[in-house]
Write a protein that binds this ligand. Sequence first.
Ligand code: BGC
Length: 743
Amino acid sequence: MKKLKLILLTSLILFGISCKKLNTNNNKLETKVDSILAIMTLDEKIGQLNLVAGNMDQTGPTTNKEYEKDIKDGRVGAILNVYGVEQVRKLQELAVKNTRLRIPLLFGYDVIHGFKTIFPIPLAEACSWDIELIEKTARLSAEEACAAGLNWTFSPMVDIARDPRWGRVAEGSGEDCYLASLIAKARVIGYQGEKLNDPLTMAACVKHFAAYGAPIGGRDYNTVDMSDRMLRETYLPPYKTAVDAGVATVMSSFNELDGVPSSGNKYLLTQILRNEWGFKGFVVSDWTAINEMVNHGYAASEKKAGELALNAGLDMDMQGAVYFNYLKKSLDEGKISEKQLNESVRRILKLKYNLGLFANPYLYLDNKREKEITYSKRHLDHALLSAKESIVLLKNTDYKGRKLLPLSKSVKKIALIGPLADNKKDMLGTWNAQGDENKVTTILAGLKSKYPESIIEYTKGSDFNGKDKVGFNSAITLALKSDIVICTIGENIDQSGEAASRSEIGLPGVQQELMEELVKTGKPIIAIVMAGRPLTIEWLSKNVNAILFAGHLGTRAGDAIADVLSGDYNPSGKLVMTFPRSIGQVPIFYSTKNTGRPFDAKNSYTSKYLDISNDPLFPFGFGLSYTSFEYSNLKLSKQSIQNSESLTVTFTLKNTGKYDGEEVAQLYIRDLVGSVTRPVKELKGFKKVFLKSGEQKELSFSITENDLKFYDANMKFLAEPGKFKVFVGSNSVELLEADFELL
Ligand code: BGC
């Protein structure tokens, strides 16, 4: 009888909920969630905190065979690595039809740069400096993923990274926190849209909180140790911007920070995230990151690790089963409180409501929609645009009286060489979700669609790994009989990404030797470097005629490269990570400090290397165009500002070349003296502008006191009066400058 009453009560609550439209009013939401919480057993509550990996994909070291049974028993709150309308429906039914409270599951997946239609890897797309484009990529990725039944993506990854040895630089937006913060916001808005209960939007998850991008030695998962100032000034802003943009969830990182693993770090998860930033969503661990606190030497047992995690503010356990196995005992022993447990459950249930899953657990499941949206023309067109905008022209020298690129219309024989030329799989890049390599346009196919097939000949030349040089001879022979040689070199899909750090970041395998042989032929050479990170390509930069850096560009890679080579698209990308000359310069980034002994060639007791210059090979913000741009006439509206005043910086940008094109005009500042030292340059604004050949425009930026703020000697975020420099130009080195004062 008691049981019957409970079922009746439950049905009434859930029925009431499902009959009404989702109510965004917070009080009502709280009441609804509390009414569910009130009838949940302890096991059911702990079940909600349990995120379990399905078996359709494997993105971490552990597996789980029992998850279907656990779902039926109401001991799972969310699933990852299961997708597709049919598969998701099957598991959602298990939850909704079999469990006492019929609480629907969340379905999460790493939709990092597309679901089926694959866009450029995030590092490459960041080089577009096109915030609207990036937001649209996230929107379309969400649409495809949602059409496959998913409602939660583990993206955006916003970890600032200044060490290209770290393989996961591929997933982020580079070294600068201003640019990365704008991109973080764009991606959150793109995924989540205006209403989470729209079946084409999904919950985002900003990761990996915090400072995962600064492992010692660039080795993935390694220790992170930095000052609180560095953390707050450089590493935290993109996560904070994502929180301000309303990101639904946050993922804690694998690393420790100042001796405390992030998954048990109350300072990060409660003090900063909730108390200072007011984050209202839930925190999920990274894959078995709670368990790993035992290896870290921070918890003596998994049970203790679970207690530390929950008490620190971590709500959901990804694939670790620590909460599942031990939280009940911890509660009995008084090591965790029911209040804390309820709080975590409440946060998770709220997201399920906000996603519309209580109103309709099958909201995301529609076979027709899945067919219509996946690989639709709109998605493929955007993949092409995004790939084109991601390409950075690093070098383009004169050859026979004209720049080598774009290719001359009179070219008669093109040699296409290298392991990336007739390659589909590696175009997809790391974390390519369900991207289908059969849908990829190769560079060879892209070129063949632009030029008569008879003038293009391809040979691979070498692989990415190993010492095999058997392909060299045919590559040299082909080069010798061609009038231009296009070499597609760099990294394959496994040479960047998670657990893919490298100690040397030159061209892998025998590709460097292949290039040396091809250069000896004396033919003009264009190198298309595709990689998940900056590479040390100083030799290449001195010895080939033109270089394009193209990341891994996704489904439309080949079409985008062909558009750029032929001149149908004028490249406009700008680097978001400094390219070092040698691994010995790493970590290297533009917003460095001046030091007490800045380099001076005439004084040997200054900051330098004996064997290499301090300068990067290619600086942050660098990227050429087929046309040329001239900056002039830098003017400030005032010589000084105070309080809430703003300063207008104006300048003239002129397209002085033969082609129409786009330029990313950049604004940097330098605070000359502070209560703590300030970087020699900090990006504070940029504009991507299209100018026809010969056209010029007056452009302006506005600077307010807010742009001048930093953490002072007492860790107060404020601007200090004093002198500043302002710089405007085409990259972080070639700049016009002026001075002003904050009174
Ligand atoms: C990665 C996360 C990812 C998770 C789930 C982990 O290994 O660090 O970025 O979201 O796996 O696939």
